[in-house]
Design a protein around this ligand. Structure first.
Ligand SMILES: [Cu+2]
Length: 176
């Protein structure tokens, strides 16, 4: 009896871990409601987001007018050197998975758009939630009127989700 209840506990804990990890993966609509467009302030948008391994970026834009080009490095990003692209996407809607920690650089491939600010730098933290950023908050403005607190709302929702599963697991273990 003792052995079997411990086994069930283990299975339930593994299940919670898997579900929690899935629930924490988020899809980020690049540029928020304004989408992938020259008028969007991507610095502000990106600094308000937390990107984790397993999350996805969703680029939404007018097909033919814009595209998405992944640049190889920071200097290509700074100088809008579209020629060094690692990947390019078009069609108006692209989903890109952030499969590992690190920084990735995206710009629009349409002539002149990157120079107008249509570019974004995405820094992905490890899935355990630890962030490599240390002093980035110093350059972040305290708040902008247009920014929505969607990140904190989402994480409190995820916390409730995890708590719910922990509660269910405790009940299961208690009644065995
Ligand atoms: Cu463009």
């Amino acid at each position: 009896m003792e052995v079997s209840s411990r086994f069930v506990l283990l299975v339930v804990l593994i299940l919670i871990a898997v579900l929690a990890k899935q629930s924490l993966a988020a899809k980020h609509a690049v540029g928020g409601s304004q989408g992938w467009d020259e008028s969007t302030d991507f610095n502000s948008w990106a600094s308000a987001q937390t990107f984790k391994v397993g999350d996805e970026l969703e680029f939404k834009y007018t097909a033919g007018l814009h595209s998405v080009v992944e640049l190889a490095n920071e200097s290509a990003f700074k100088s809008c050197d579209i020629g060094t692209s690692l990947n390019s996407f078009n069609g108006g809607s692209n989903t890109i998975k952030l499969s590992k920690p690190g920084t990735r650089f995206f710009a629009c491939g349409t002539s002149g758009h990157c120079q107008q600010g249509m570019k974004v730098k995405i820094t992905t933290a490890a899935a355990d939630g630890s962030s490599p950023s240390s002093s980035s908050s110093a350059t972040t403005p305290p708040s902008s009127p247009g920014a929505t607190p969607s990140t904190s709302a989402a994480s409190s929702h995820q916390l409730r989700f995890i708590s719910f599963f922990a509660l269910v697991a405790s009940l299961v273990v208690y009644f065995i």
